[in-house]
Ligand binder design. Structure first.
Ligand code: URA
Ligand code: URA
Length: 241
């Protein structure tokens, strides 16, 4: 997939023009012997890489995945089949954060691919985006046995890696799916029914908590609330473009 296919909202041509100009200027300064600028080969190489912010983020995400390794930091490692790291656009402006992998996610290593995942895909499409344009991940990366709730020590062991992923991606928005994602990201103990419906802040990123799609499958009446939340999200997402 090419950069322009998955980074539709960044004016890449303008960025590349600026970077080309800057590189040309620095080469010129180096050629005429003007000192005081860093015109080393290393610096010029670095400038070339500025033109590929997605590559840089992808590289940072790959490093975080490598640091996670064959993780044994919590007891979920004993029963998991696959670590579910997260997937999507490294330059996403919107990240969905769920709770943790279920059976199908554990089997495949991909987030939100089961029944709840299919509903999430429809929610993403309802706000005129695709799964490829956003990034999708979870508070914990390994499946709790029998899909039980994540425990505090498991969240504590895993959350630092999600923090690093969010730092690398630097999205404008996080949609926190359900109680665990919302409470963990916001450091709150408030009920999801109280947290949802408005934006909160996570290190300068706008966080919108909403009900978890698995909860919606059991409580379809609540889809109306999620749709209200998604309309808010869509509006802000559009404004900030
Ligand atoms: N539920 C979640 O919270 N995350 C997934 O990836 C799948 C189901
Ligand atoms: N409880 C949860 O964990 N998530 C929801 O979305 C609703 C209730």
């Amino acid at each position: 997939m090419r950069l322009r296919d998955i980074m539709p909202t960044i004016n890449k041509e303008e960025l590349n023009r600026t970077l080309e100009e800057l590189e040309r200027s620095l080469r010129h300064l180096a050629a005429v012997g003007i000192e005081g600028f860093n015109c080393s080969a290393q610096s010029l190489k670095k400038i070339q890489q500025w033109g590929r912010p997605m590559d840089r983020t992808a590289h940072r995400l790959a490093k975080i995945r490598a640091d996670l390794g064959d993780c044994r930091r919590c007891k979920l490692s004993a029963s998991r089949k696959n670590i579910v790291f997260g997937e999507g656009n490294p330059s996403a402006r919107l990240v969905f954060v769920g709770e943790g992998p279920g059976f199908e996610e554990d089997q495949s290593g991909k987030p939100f691919v089961g029944a709840a995942g299919r509903l999430l895909t429809r929610i993403i499409e309802a706000i005129k985006l695709t799964r490829d344009q956003v990034y999708i991940c979870n508070i914990i990366k390994c499946r709790p046995p029998g899909n039980r709730n994540p425990q505090p020590d498991e969240i504590q062991a895993c959350f630092p890696f999600l923090k690093r992923q969010l730092e690398a991606i630097q999205p404008d928005f996080i949609c926190a799916l359900g109680k665990f994602a919302s409470q963990t990201l916001l450091g709150s103990e408030q009920a999801i029914s109280k947290l949802r419906g408005r934006f909160h802040d996570y290190h300068g990123i706008k966080v919108l908590p909403t009900y978890h799609p698995a909860y919606l499958l059991r409580n379809p009446d609540r889809k109306r609330d999620v749709w209200e939340d998604m309309k808010m999200l869509m509006q802000e997402y559009g404004y900030e473009k």
